[in-house]
Design a binder for this molecule. Structure first.
Ligand code: APR
Ligand code: ZN
Length: 259
């Protein structure tokens, strides 16, 4: 473990990135808070104000009240507004530009890695993406912008225009399985990488949170950038407590200097 000096840790992280042949970056909601989207378990996060047990797929289907709350969370979470990538997202896109990134595995549904410039085929969205909303009865798909207008005009539980069926965003709810092809690809990349960089995740939700373990089992080194503890802290080669935007910008300065 690198000594406690943040500057030394940032330099060491940059060295590891420069030496890596297969860097996988794994992101959580903490990377998007600086873009104005609340996280889930940090101070003031969504699950400190709503009960996650209320948001299983079963309850979403059964109760219009749950659907009303879910759409309210999505609206409040800024996921339906024009949110922008921040310095941490841009740093990860720059790593791809420098041909120093194998892929990004994200738990986020905000499309900010795409907006920052990472190629869609290098992004594995374990929990889906908010860009499309689907009718669970007839399968009709709507771009989220279309639904955003309805919600902004006071509709609090949008329904399908074709069949009045239940509309659900293309994201994974508690109780739903993750998209198998995405999970398989993310697992394979985690098992093949030589450096696994976590940015802004509490690493408590599975199967996503198995990814760092797969990487470690495959002999990869582990860097964690997070505010707050994670269950993987003791096995991190470098642990940096700090804001994703500041830390990733600091790392990229060093990477550019030495590249
Ligand atoms: N910089 C660094 N870390 C941050 C920042 C920041 N600017 N802002 C918040 N954090 C930290 C928080 O302190 C927290 O430890 O990021 C972590 C985010 O953890 P969670 O809120 O649990 O988010 P995440 O790990 O992505 O949750 C996983 O849980 O509810 C489900 O589907 C949801 O994808 C989500 C999954
Ligand atoms: Zn329909």
């Amino acid at each position: 473990m690198i000594n406690n000096n943040p500057g030394a840790k940032i330099s060491a992280a940059a060295e590891m990135i420069l030496a890596s042949k297969r860097l996988v970056v794994f992101t959580g909601a903490g990377i998007s808070t600086e873009s104005g989207i609340p996280d889930f378990r940090g101070p003031g996060g969504i699950w400190t104000r709503f009960d996650p047990d209320d948001f299983t797929i079963q309850k979403f289907l059964r109760s219009e009240e749950t659907r009303r709350k879910q759409w309210k969370i999505l609206l409040e979470g800024g996921l339906l507004s024009n949110i922008k990538p921040n310095r941490a997202h841009l740093a990860i896109a720059e790593l791809e530009e420098m041909d120093r990134l194998d892929c990004v595995i994200t738990q986020n549904i905000d499309n900010l890695h795409q907006k920052a410039g990472n190629s869609p085929d290098r992004i594995f969205e374990l929990h889906g993406n908010m860009q499309w909303v689907r009718c669970l009865d007839c399968g009709e798909r709507y771009p989220v912008e279309h639904i955003r207008e309805k919600l902004k005009n006071g509709v609090d539980v949008p329904e399908c225009e074709m069949c009045h069926g239940i509309l659900k965003p293309d994201v994974v709810f508690f109780g739903e399985t993750l998209p198998p092809e995405v999970l398989d690809a993310a697992t394979a990349h985690s098992m093949r990488c030589d450096l696994f960089l976590v940015v802004g995740s509490s690493l408590v939700v599975h199967p996503a949170a198995f990814m760092p373990a797969y990487a470690k089992e495959a002999g990869a080194r582990l860097i964690i950038i997070n505010i707050g503890e994670t269950p993987y802290d003791s096995s991190a080669d470098i642990l940096i407590e700090g804001k994703a935007g500041d830390v990733m910008s600091g790392i990229m300065e060093k990477v550019r200097e030495k590249a």
